[in-house]
Design a protein around this ligand. Structure first.
Ligand SMILES: Cc1ncc(COP(=O)(O)O)c(C=O)c1O
Length: 388
């Protein structure tokens, strides 16, 4: 037997709790999936057409490492217009292979071995894993249902040690749907300044908010110089398969990200970059139409879950509801497993998203309205039968 060739830091990574579930779902028929965190919509037509046309025009080559200039410019203009934060498209924006790559770039560029990154949880499953892959230590600061899963500035400050390098926030939040309040973000900005910390802010769901404002962290006073903003196209424009996103940061920080990007992926796919440009220029109406549909589904799923007796706070962003299932007497793993086996409804155990997620499950409402209605019926019978 050859020796074990896998690096220790990789061997120590747990497989994603989400993927594990989908491997089971893939083997079953008639499952209603509230599991997956991706729009059920196909990419809107004007964006699709732009992608197809780009291929026809022979746009099949590498682009400049940081991305097609016109797209970087459009991203900078969009951030300026939406949030009044200015990035120079020449050296402050990089187009990445989804926010997934941007996350990797940001963490790899800033973490020295053993440095700590504070992460309010529950959060997107990749944050902790990417911190560990970059040689860092994720320090989780759990939010609570009672506090609407807001990031808690006092707890964040308490978690700071001499090894802390950055605070990593992801709002609107996957999996809770919480949108961080301006007040809390301002308090976090003061902490970042006081302790000279970097802030990495994953704002991939910035356009998916319902009746509340999304605050761009970098736009807060003094924050641009210590923030890496991550954003993308996957969610708001239904473009998950195109694999395109971006990072924006001051040139002295962004240069580090671009260096890694150059050596690892060279450039994001050319055709996807041109489709992303079309999304910014032509996709606003379609994005708004999808947002309104998500909003309708949000009302349905939240009131449905509450009626079933699974207490669910009203999410203000993204496309997830996060019902509390601890009252059923099951833990979140058992609840999700049995719901899948007995009623063929897929949800994701909250503990997959880090501390604070135990006792909850994530239900994505990026699913057809009628399917959500059916799923609610099935969840209702399950809870009635097994809910303690
Ligand atoms: C909070 C968050 N960040 C980043 C990503 C990754 O998105 P992308 O498709 O742009 O890589 C996801 C996808 O689920 C997400 O939920």
């Amino acid at each position: 037997m050859p020796r074990d060739f896998i690096a220790k830091r990789v061997a120590e990574l747990k497989p994603s709790g989400i993927r594990k579930f989908f491997d089971i779902v893939a083997t079953m028929d008639d499952v209603i999936s509230l599991g997956i965190g991706e729009p059920d919509f196909t990419t809107p037509k004007p964006i699709l057409e732009a992608g197809i046309e780009a291929l026809r025009q022979g746009e099949t080559h590498y682009t400049s490492n940081a991305g097609i200039y016109e797209l970087r410019e459009a991203i900078a203009d969009m951030l300026e217009e939406k949030y009044q934060v200015s990035y120079n498209p020449v050296d402050e924006v990089v187009v990445s292979v989804g926010v997934s790559e941007a996350l990797y770039l940001a963490l790899t560029a800033v973490i020295d071995p053993g440095e700590e990154i504070i992460i309010p949880t529950p959060c997107f499953v990749s944050y902790q894993a990417e911190v560990m892959l970059a040689g860092g230590v994720p320090v989780e600061v759990p939010g609570t249902f009672e506090n609407g899963f807001q990031p808690e500035p006092e707890l964040i400050e308490k978690a700071i040690t001499p090894k802390t390098k950055a605070i990593f926030i992801g709002f609107p939040n996957n999996p809770t749907g919480a949108v961080a309040s301006r007040e809390n973000l301002l308090a976090i900005s003061k902490i970042a300044e006081k302790h000279d910390l970097l802030v990495i802010s994953d704002e991939i769901y910035d356009s998916l908010v319902y009746g509340v404002e999304h605050v761009c962290f970098a736009a807060l006073p003094g924050m641009k110089e210590r923030t890496i903003t991550l954003g993308g196209f996957s969610k708001s424009y239904a473009m998950t398969g195109w694999r395109v996103g971006y990072a924006a940061a001051p040139a002295n920080i962004l240069g580090g990200l671009v260096r890694i990007h150059q050596y690892t992926v060279m450039s994001a796919p050319s055709v996807s970059q041109l489709a992303a440009l079309a999304a910014i220029n032509l996709g606003a109406d379609a994005a708004e139409e999808m947002r309104l549909k998500y909003d309708r589904r949000r009302q349905l799923i939240v009131s449905g879950l509450n009626e079933i007796g699974l207490e669910t706070f009203l999410p203000q962003g993204a496309f997830y509801a996060f019902p509390k299932i601890s009252g059923t007497g099951m833990d979140d793993e058992e609840f999700a497993q049995r719901l899948l086996e007995e009623e063929k409804v897929a949800v994701v155990p909250g503990s997959a998203f880090g501390s604070g997620g135990e006792g909850f499950v994530r239900c994505s409402y990026a699913t057809d309205y009628t399917k959500i209605e059916q799923a609610l019926e099935r969840i209702g019978s399950f809870v009635k039968r097994c809910g303690g």
